[in-house]
Design a protein around this ligand. Structure first.
Ligand SMILES: [Mn+2]
Length: 465
């Protein structure tokens, strides 16, 4: 069979080079003893062992049109456009319908980049929602590989993103990977569950000129965010919906477009659970999965081995009943114990209009050095816990070192104007380094010695409401 070289991973020595070769309905990553170039046509011996080692000179070059046709035959083979999504509720279905064109074109872009061996970098947020999307893509790629590849596809890179920005540093790292490739399709960056922040703007603009981008987010869009100029951006807010449509659900919906034989229902439910979506209907298995993924992604390295967190690792852990149970039990115990400390130690204040405002010095929890429990996520869980006894008229403030985390119930967030209060504090004191979030969850970074004084100023503002 005749194959076309569609990507080259450049190595230090010629024998380290890897060529992605495609022919009718098949792809492989091979080595070659003679140097090859993109679009070169080489003979693939059907009986050869993979990774096939080529020793013959190419016998011609394919045209771009011929190459494109072979690539698009892959997508035809798996009917990207036809399959219906596995439903996790009416509202989600409505979103998938509204975003249908984008979802299908992203699925096609991903599939074509994958089979043609273009380098792909997947950056996922470090929580349950972000990681469900990454796992869905990981499974979908594996399924495509099983159908079309004679051997591995080593051109997908996974990065768990601990910040909420796609920064210049992120672009620098991604670029250094892309620089060791030549490919007929552009290198592709996929971002899921983060990035809608001012700090991402310059890197995204630069990246979009050089690479393909698929950017999936569901965080609120701030004034002046230039999303209209990004045709690679999908966010329910731009379609008249909101954050209750989670990024993991959108990402899984893209993945199932090119791997229709896979069922991501449980992953989607776990994404909704993890992000407190109002479209989530409680299910024990989804809740357990969300908790386990949230716990596994809380730290960016694995134990003493200091390994990076990848979907492969997450998948292996959730697939093994013993590991799954271990993580689940440990996370549940840490939550129970830390919430117990919080409920006992939080000081209750009542605002002018009768809202309960709880304040916790996080030191009591931090001193226990829980592996999973971190201040931001903890504040959300404590707010949920306090709402159980107080109802929706509840605010939670947790402060420690130079951070203050605040949570406000959805039902009262409009009357609080949390971001307005933070902006006012910023104006009135010199101690706030930065602060932000949205009307129900925000954090403030303060000069180290002034945390308690800023916390009191914040409390005064809230008590006056
Ligand atoms: Mn999310």
């Amino acid at each position: 069979m005749e194959g076309i070289v569609t990507s080259i991973r450049i190595g230090n020595r010629s024998e380290d080079f890897r060529y992605n070769v495609i022919w009718q309905g098949k792809a492989a990553q091979i080595r070659s003893t003679v140097p090859l170039d993109l679009y070169d046509m080489i003979e693939i011996d059907d009986n050869s062992e993979m990774p096939y080692i080529n020793a013959k000179q190419p016998h011609g070059r394919a045209s771009e049109a011929e190459c494109n046709e072979i690539i698009s035959n892959f997508s035809k083979a798996i009917e990207v456009h036809r399959n219906k999504p596995h439903s996790v509720g009416k509202e989600i279905d409505e979103f998938i319908l509204a975003g249908k064109d984008a979802i299908e074109s992203y699925a096609l872009m991903l599939l074509e980049a994958y089979v043609s061996g273009a380098p792909i970098i997947i950056r996922f947020h470090n929580d349950g929602d972000g990681s469900t999307g990454a796992i869905a893509l990981y499974r979908a790629f594996n399924s495509v590989r099983g159908k079309f590849f004679e051997n591995e596809n080593a051109n997908v890179y996974w990065t768990m993103n601990k910040s909420i920005a796609y920064s210049e540093d992120s672009l620098f790292v991604d670029e250094s990977i892309f620089n060791s490739y030549k490919s007929v399709r552009k290198p592709l960056i996929l971002i899921t569950d983060f990035g809608t922040t001012y700090e991402s703007e310059s890197a995204i603009k630069k990246a979009s000129k050089r690479y393909s981008i698929i950017w999936i987010d569901h965080h609120p869009i701030y004034d002046g965010f230039p999303y209209a100029g990004f045709d690679f951006y999908i966010n329910p807010w731009t379609l008249g919906m909101n954050s209750n449509i989670c990024a993991g659900v959108i990402t899984a919906s893209i993945a199932e477009k090119f791997a229709p034989e896979l069922d991501f229902t449980l992953l989607k439910k776990a994404a909704l659970d993890s992000d407190h979506s109002k479209y989530y209907v409680y299910a024990e298995n989804a809740h357990a999965l969300a908790l386990v993924l949230d716990s596994l992604t809380a730290n960016d390295r694995i134990g003493y081995q200091e390994k990076r967190i990848t979907p492969k690792y997450l998948e292996a852990t959730i697939a093994d009943p013993e590991s799954f149970a271990h993580v689940l039990n440990s996370a549940s115990a840490q939550i129970a114990e830390s919430l117990d400390i919080g409920v006992k130690n939080a000081k209750r204040h009542v605002t002018k209009s009768g809202i309960a405002a709880y304040v916790l010095d996080y030191k009591a929890v931090a001193d226990r050095r829980f592996e999973y429990i971190k201040q931001g996520r903890y504040t959300t869980k404590l707010q949920d816990k306090l709402e159980e006894t107080n109802g929706f008229r509840t605010i939670t403030i947790v402060y420690y070192k130079n951070y203050i985390s605040v949570r406000v119930n959805k039902g009262i967030s409009n009357s609080i104007n949390l971001l307005g209060i933070i902006a006012k504090l910023k104006e009135n004191t010199a101690y706030i380094q930065n602060g932000g979030g949205h009307s129900e969850a925000a954090s403030i970074k303060v000069d180290y010695d002034e945390t308690s004084s800023v916390m009191h100023l914040l409390l005064d503002e809230l008590i006056a409401i």
